[in-house]
Design a binder for this molecule. Structure first.
Ligand SMILES: Cc1ncc(COP(=O)(O)O)c(C=O)c1O
Length: 423
């Protein structure tokens, strides 16, 4: 029996996380065996240029020598101590130095834990219950935040999950992203009950959506005025385009920031942190409880630290420039042929819209998503040795290890497919 069939016997749908099952694009999910640089190799030895990159975690590509070295030398010292360790202190120092809005950090094991804990802390700090989020943003599978959510949840009816008691989402208000008027009306009406607003500053879970000029600044001004905690979920954008995150690019400082993906160097991680006066409400200093057996695991911390150290301004510049050139060149190719498709990017976070209409929110993102065409494009690319996200409303990522040749191949294959498809 092949590995996929074996997986299906013992793992739900053959996977440990839903989008990996290829439900949105059809076909048999892949089982990967190893990765190196921009490439990964499946269990049959076939190689793929990887633009999924463990959902954005692998900004330095697979098995980067500096990251592997740090992980190897840490592992030989023991795996977990249940105490604070030096790599944990060092990476926390590196994070607070690079992200000035973060005075203090707490490490957890996933982005989901980070957002869940940040919301709890905001509720404790403000003594209020309601949470405002935005349609199409995904903050992990936290009960209170799984409503009108993007990413894999977008494939389920109403973009929500069964099994969540109504009282959990009863305190959650989900608003259209980029609509400052609706935001102002809602905050004005409910502010006395609103603990926090949580947002992906540049959403990547409904494809890439850029914030309209002034939207994040308005959000900051309103929340500050009304005593509402502003949480930036930078699990995807954190350390992606520069050392300071999207908050540095858009010059908006949130009260709390959630991190994940890149800061683990490819190992399981999450973190949240921010203003010292809020963070001190967290146990052991305060009485807001949150804990974890493996939190701050030294292997993860060492791999993450090696990643952050490797990401110098020069490395970011090269990555961002390559990404920009790739998107421009691809869009020039597509527009020359009047194909209703284009790439949208925030530096090295990129997605494809199968439409020429602008996309500023989730409703527009869904309208610009032609799932059957995306599924065929996905399989065309797979045949050409390119792996990118097996669902339409996801983002694909470029790493520091993708070469101009890799990117040119992807660009040509997108064009070739779209021209053949007669869209
Ligand atoms: C913006 C954002 N927040 C939170 C999460 C959840 O992170 P994790 O999958 O590590 O729980 C994700 C995952 O993709 C994400 O993109």
């Amino acid at each position: 029996m092949d590995l996929v069939s074996q997986a299906k016997q013992v793992l739900v749908g053959g996977v440990s996380s839903p989008v990996r099952a290829f439900k949105a694009v059809g076909g048999r999910p892949l089982i990967m065996a190893r990765g190196h640089g921009s490439r990964m190799f499946d269990s049959n030895g076939k190689s793929y240029t990887d633009y999924c990159l463990s959902w954005g975690a692998l900004i330095l590509g697979h098995a980067h020598p500096a990251v592997s070295k740090a992980a190897r030398s840490t592992i030989s010292l023991g795996s977990s101590f249940g105490t604070t360790t030096k790599p944990e202190i060092e990476i926390a120092q590196a994070i607070v130095k690079r992200i000035p809005s973060m005075d203090k950090v707490r490490f957890v094991n996933s982005g989901t834990e980070a957002t869940m804990s940040a919301v709890r802390l905001a509720r404790s700090f403000t003594k209020r219950s309601k949470v405002v989020k935005f349609d199409g943003c995904y903050h992990g599978h936290v009960d209170d935040l799984l409503t009108v959510a993007g990413s894999g949840v977008a494939g389920l009816p109403t973009s929500s999950s069964k099994g969540i008691p109504p009282e959990h989402v009863g305190n959650t208000l989900s608003l259209p992203f980029n609509d400052a008027t609706q935001l102002a009306i809602t905050l004005d009406r409910h502010w006395q009950d609103i603990a926090c607003v949580i947002v992906e500053p540049v959403p990547g879970n409904m494809g890439v959506v850029l914030p309209l000029p002034g939207f994040l600044k308005t959000l900051r001004a309103l929340t500050k005025k009304l005593g509402i905690v502003l949480i930036f979920d930078e699990v995807m954008t954190g350390f992606r385009s520069n050392p300071g995150g999207a908050q540095a690019d858009f010059k908006v400082a949130p009260d709390l920031t959630c991190l994940g993906k890149i800061i683990g160097g490819g190992y399981p991680v999450g973190a949240y942190g921010g203003r010292a006066d809020i963070m001190r409400h967290l146990a052991p200093l305060g009485d807001t409880y949150q804990a974890g057996t493996f939190s701050g695991n030294p292997l993860v911390m060492a791999a993450g630290l090696a990643t952050l150290k490797t990401l110098t301004p020069a490395v970011y510049k090269k990555l961002n420039d390559h990404s920009e050139e790739f998107v421009k060149a691809t869009n020039a190719r597509l527009s020359g042929h009047e194909v209703p498709a284009r790439l949208v990017n925030y530096q090295s976070m990129v997605s494809i819209r199968l439409s020429k209409d602008p996309v500023h929110n989730y409703t527009q993102a869904r309208a610009a998503a032609f799932d059957p065409v995306y599924a065929r494009l996905f399989h065309h690319l797979l045949q050409q040795g390119v792996y990118w996200p097996p669902a339409n409303l996801e983002t694909f990522f470029i790493s520091t290890r993708h070469t101009p040749k890799d990117l040119n191949h992807l660009s040509l294959q997108i064009q070739k497919f779209l021209l053949q498809s007669n869209l």
